[in-house]
Design a protein around this ligand. Structure first.
Ligand code: SRM
Ligand code: SF4
Length: 600
């Protein structure tokens, strides 16, 4: 650990925090864990319903979260029962790319080994299984590995799943940029034997023989995220990543990457020193150095991240507090190549890739909408069965998208016809006729599985979207492309702070409304209204929606229009002067006081 380079005099470099605080308990747990072993194996084979605190922390690095069914908490309390412990496992899928066999393997695992029989596509192109029981946790992970997938580093203080633009275009440059996700994933995976020993019955290795050249025995100070984007497809939200790589393609060649550092969205209510932040440009590197770029930044995070306070232990705080110049100096001193200036001045665009598209090799891909990424069968929609039929019948390439949807790729014209018939037969949601708000909506799981949720998100968003759709139809805005993202707490798992409308759980039944992000994902939203009851969300949004509908310039998106209001000092914080929930009267008064802003 601590491979710090000596600083030549006169050069600004990063410095370690001069904190006298002790390292956190999680750091202690990692340090004492013998490379992520802890007592996980013993606990797994014991009668205890769950794992001890330290093991719970270590388990995250194995892609496992101990949770409980929060719906059942009250009943269990009243009836004197214990919490019902269940496990979430996160399966890493670099770039979201799956073979048909992998998809079908995951479908079967979900069917046989989870309580809700569902697969969930996450906002980082992974799969999550919810409601795995302790008795079958090992079997679940074993079977995930049998289909050549892994849960290692699904969560925890390591490099998380590497995201990539999901569209499977045949162009070699595009393929190469997407392929980088898998290469990075392989290059940054931990070397410990613990995972194999515990879950795959691998040979027991003396932990003194283990070593982690990149991570060290304490691993990273916190999670670390990398996403690859393209100027014409920023669905991976590169600005919200610790490292965002914008791939520069020229003809058939993947030339290099513009590098953003220090993005991150998590924050905590009432803690102003926690905040969402967009990545800052670091420079440009030729594609052949992309792995070294990410590895070096991970090493710098390892060496300088704050191990005394987990809320402060993200790369974004290093960049914000010590400045990009110091960071760049240090980076340049560590890498083997010359960092070049940022290339070009391209603008990012958003894509959801829903519906049918040509791949460029005579074949097609089809993006299928999934509400909140939840692939399951219900009484009204047998989506999981339909997907199984498609994958069994057509053997397509399968790609999970950063918008929680799925792409079936490599389809011939005949396959497309068959796929369309399955879509019809199972009445799967189609983009034709789908409102903009629904199409661009995402919500995090929140209740009942997420232990950090303050409010509902995934379960309530259908109602919220119904309300919003009615309003958008009334204002003839229903075809507008827009992102609406909802989370059950301020951690930002559905990336609400870069959306046009972000709805963030504040206290049960109440949400903060953020406005002013946009589809491109390159601008942070502002807090517009605080602590709004769910039933009043549309009412509180109405003044801005009405003004946008009637007074915007042609084609101007909601986020852009809102920023115009901000520039004219009409907003921000129309309603945030008071800590109280806004009442109907205050909202109506604001509507009346809102000045007319004409087109620029
Ligand atoms: Fe997240 C924690 C779900 C993407 C920021 N996130 C959690 C946990 C594991 C709750 C916990 O720690 O106990 C949630 C599990 C709930 C459940 O029942 O499934 C959870 N996060 C998710 C997912 C499943 C949301 C989704 O709708 O898909 C996403 C899984 C991604 C993946 O497959 O790896 C997910 N989380 C994100 C993102 C978006 C992204 O990465 O693009 C963010 C914001 C970006 C960032 O990291 O800044 C995000 N999650 C957080 C945070 C805040 C971190 C911080 O810096 O403060 C937490 C809390 C924590 O880590 O302590 C968190
Ligand atoms: Fe849980 Fe909050 Fe993330 Fe939603 S945003 S999944 S409530 S941590």
């Amino acid at each position: 650990m601590g491979h710090l380079h000596p600083h030549p005099p006169g050069i600004t470099r990063l410095h370690q925090l001069a904190s006298k605080k002790k390292q956190t308990k999680v750091e202690e747990a990692k340090k004492n864990s013998h490379f992520l072993r802890g007592t996980i194996d013993q606990a797994l084979h014991s009668d205890s319903p769950g794992f001890e605190q330290d093991d719970q922390q270590l388990l995250k690095n194995h892609g496992v979260y101990q949770q409980d069914d929060r719906d059942a908490r009250e009943a269990n309390k009243v009836l004197g029962g214990e919490r019902e412990i269940i496990f979430m496992t996160r399966i890493k899928v670099p770039g979201g790319d799956l073979t048909p066999q992998q998809y079908l393997g995951m479908d079967k695992i979900a069917e046989e080994l989870t309580l809700n029989r569902a697969l969930r596509v996450t906002t980082r192109q992974n799969f999550q299984l919810h409601g795995v029981l302790k008795g079958t946790l090992k079997e679940a992970i074993k079977r995930v590995n049998q289909v050549m997938l892994s849960t290692l580093c699904g969560c925890g203080d390591v490099e998380r799943n590497i995201m990539a633009p999901p569209a499977p275009f045949a162009n070699p440059a595009h393929q190469a940029a997407r392929g980088l996700a898998k290469q990075l994933s392989d290059a940054l995976v931990p070397q410990t034997h613990a995972y194999h020993e515990i879950w795959l019955d691998g040979e027991k290795v003396d932990s003194s023989l283990d070593s982690e050249p990149l991570y060290g025995e304490q691993y990273l100070p916190r999670k670390f995220k990398t996403g690859i984007g393209l100027y014409d497809d920023n669905s991976t939200d590169v600005h919200s990543q610790d490292v965002g790589l914008i791939a520069i393609l020229e003809g058939d060649e993947f030339k290099g990457v513009n590098i953003l550092v220090g993005g991150g969205l998590g924050m905590t209510h009432k803690m102003e020193d926690t905040y969402a932040r967009l990545g800052t440009p670091l420079g440009y590197a030729p594609a052949k150095h992309a792995i070294e770029v990410v590895r070096t930044i991970a090493e710098m995070f390892r060496d300088y991240g704050d191990r005394t306070d987990r809320k402060h232990a993200r790369l974004k705080y290093i960049i914000e507090e010590q400045g990009i110049d110091a960071f760049r100096e240090e980076f340049v001193s560590r890498v083997s190549f010359k960092l070049e200036p940022w290339q070009g001045n391209g603008h990012l665009a958003h894509q959801d890739w829903l519906g049918l598209h040509e791949q460029g090799d005579g074949r097609y891909f089809y993006g299928q909408y999934i509400a909140n990424g939840r692939i399951m069968d219900t009484e009204v929609l047998r989506m999981k069965t339909a997907f199984r039929k498609i994958v069994e019948g057509l053997g397509p390439r399968v790609i999970l998208t950063p918008n929680q949807n799925i792409i079936f790729g490599d389809l011939s014209e005949g396959d497309v016809e068959k796929l369309k018939r399955v879509v019809e037969a199972y009445n799967l949601p189609k983009v034709e006729g789908m409102s903009g708000v629904r199409r661009g909506a995402m919500a995090c799981p929140a209740l009942p599985t997420c232990g950090l949720a303050l409010t509902e998100a995934e379960r309530i968003i259908p109602e919220v979207l119904d309300d919003l759709e009615r309003e958008f139809v009334r204002l003839e805005l229903d075809e507008e492309p827009i992102t609406v993202r909802m989370t059950g707490c301020p951690n930002g798992c559905a990336r609400p702070y870069t959306a046009d409308i972000g709805l963030v759980g504040h206290k049960p039944g109440h949400y903060d409304i953020f406005l002013g992000g946009r589809l491109a994902g390159d601008r942070l939203a502002d807090l517009y209204a605080q602590n709004v009851p769910q039933a009043d969300l549309v009412l509180v949004l109405r003044p801005v929606l009405e003004a946008w509908a009637h007074r915007r310039t042609p084609g101007q998106g909601l986020g852009d229009y809102y920023q115009q209001l901000v520039a004219h000092q009409v907003a921000p914080h129309i309603l945030t002067g008071s800590k109280e929930s806004p009442t109907r009267q205050t909202v109506e008064a604001k509507i009346l006081s809102l000045p007319v802003i004409g087109p620029e």
